[in-house]
Design a protein. Sequence first.
Length: 336
Amino acid sequence: MMSPVFSIIGCQHGHIASFIENMLGMGYRCAGIFEEAGEDRRLANALSGRLGVPLLGAIGDALAEDVSVVGCAAVNSRKIDIAELCEARGKHVMLDKPAVTGRAGLERLRGIVGRGRIEVGMMLTQRFHAGVHTLKALIDEGALGRLVSLDMRKPHRLNAGERPDWFFDYARSGGIIQDLLVHDVDLLRWLTGSEIADVQGYMAKRILPEHAGFYDAATLIARLADGTFAQLYADWHTPARSWTWGDGRIFAVGTKGTAELRLQGDPWGAREPMLLASSDREALHLVPLRQPPVGLYADFVNRLRGGASVLSGEDVLLASMAAVDADERAERILRT
């Protein structure tokens, strides 16, 4: 029996390495990596050498008859073009986030998902994080009582000198809310089991005046249909000398208990994810983490085979829609 085949179209972010590695580990064969003319080829060259997969000279080679799945980490604004091309050729597609950079792309994504000719995945990795998976279990089991609020913080290190030009171009990148907070609006839906009813927010620009469309911090306030409140925050201000690329935290408050998830652990202790909880019955304690039953890419492959999945194409669409809505409604604050 021949191995199923996948390919890569667009190799502009290191996230694509995990897709290649996991697909190879599940028995797929990689037809190769295609990068468009004029784009930076350094990552494609590095992954080709490290993982032993070929570089392709034509996009048609990445869409050959035997290819069933395409992974895409192209420039953000190009991903929807590639997704439509995959649909036309009958290839399922796994996109790095964000899948779209604005309203026009969102409507095109809605069409692809709605037609159902191919499966569309997105690298919303947080659903498959052991700490987040365990926090969801606590919420679902009622350990915190009825959920009152969620607070998510996702600071990031910028390393501006190592970023490509398109990263600072709002039209090509989609900006901080769509690039970073798309993870968190997806988690809001997943953790609560409720849809986002309303969202307001701000984006601030305090650095890099030479990049007029680049905003470096964002905060959102959301209300879920079930009445849960949420505050989301992301920035590009983690110091160069920080112990981590970003000290991400999730805080959950319920009517009977609270929890704090330290996604990167503790700088003075174990630098592994830590979930702390306390309730009316238990003092503050460390909660043993539960491993998710499936990883992101295995979950996607399950979907391709007609099985149940944690993350559906509809979830990809709704997370993208929430991020676009939030981006459009956010007030811009300029203080450079």
